[in-house]
Design a protein around this ligand. Structure first.
Ligand code: 6GU
Length: 260
């Protein structure tokens, strides 16, 4: 995984406040303050040539809704590109267009994008964007899953959040340790903190035992059970020891019995 030392995000949107408000909280906000990432939201509306500030119009061929026009988007992009160039960028930044019609975003796509220095996001609204703008900007079309949202701002923030935590210095030491340990292709085990009993619910006894080996074994088993229950599609690629594979076969056998 080739990772850049820092990351500049640029977001072309009709709702810049939404992006800045969202990104300036929590871990991404801390990363911005530290200078590990930067977030610039550009208002597409500032680039309209129309007197009334319109950025959308009815679709040719008819149909419901409005389509975002190519002109403000292309002018906004060109102004942005020029600024990024002047800041010393050698290559043309990749441009991500957020759309349910795109390639589905996942962790390996995030790792690939974390290697960039500058990333541009184009957020659509209404029924979409004039196809010519997408052609001219040479966008990569990206979806965050199989459901439909009202605009690309939340998906852009999802992607920036996910990419940010791969940029060095964004997570603290303790938080980064998690990146290595979680994985093995399994879901996380359940966590507990004080008190030992809350509303009659006890913390599992094994976690109080102080026996590190048993705790580790229990956690792995919990991870395997949860993965089987909620994401069985992940199991073929999970990295399990011989013993863990036997444990999984036991769970599957139990399932067979229960299911009949
Ligand atoms: Cl990227 N945009 C919209 N509007 N809806 C979505 C999406 C993107 N990804 C999933 N649903």
């Amino acid at each position: 995984m080739l990772i850049c030392k820092y990351m500049n995000f640029y977001v072309m949107t009709l709702f810049p406040e939404m992006i800045l408000q969202g990104m300036s909280q929590s871990i991404t906000g801390r990363a911005m303050a530290k200078g590990a990432i930067s977030v610039e939201a550009v208002n597409i509306r500032d680039y309209t040539n129309e007197r009334h500030g319109h950025v959308d119009d009815a679709p040719y061929g008819g149909g419901a809704g409005m389509v975002m026009q190519a002109q403000p988007i292309c002018d906004c992009y060109e102004a942005l590109l020029e600024r990024i160039r002047r800041q010393g960028a050698e290559k043309k930044p990749r441009v991500i267009y957020l759309t349910p019609q795109g390639r589905v975003f996942d962790q390996s796509y995030a790792e690939e994008l974390a290697g960039e220095e500058n990333l541009i996001f184009l957020c659509g609204h209404y029924e979409g964007v004039d196809e010519r703008a997408l052609t001219l900007l040479e966008t990569e079309n990206v979806s965050i899953g199989d459901y439909v949202l009202t605009g690309g701002e939340l998906p852009a923030m999802v992607m920036m959040d996910c990419i940010s935590r791969l940029v060095p210095g964004v997570l603290g030491k303790e938080e980064s340790a998690d990146i290595e340990t979680f994985h093995d292709g399994l879901l996380e085990y359940p966590q507990y903190t004080r008190p030992e009993v809350y509303r009659d619910l006890r913390v599992p006894e094994i976690l109080l035992s102080g026996h590190h080996g048993n705790v580790e074994k229990w956690r792995r088993e919990q991870s395997i059970e949860r993965t089987l229950r909620f994401r069985p599609d992940l199991l073929p690629k999970a990295r399990l020891t011989e013993k863990e594979q036997a444990y999984l076969r036991g769970l599957l056998a139990e399932q067979e019995l229960g299911g009949n």
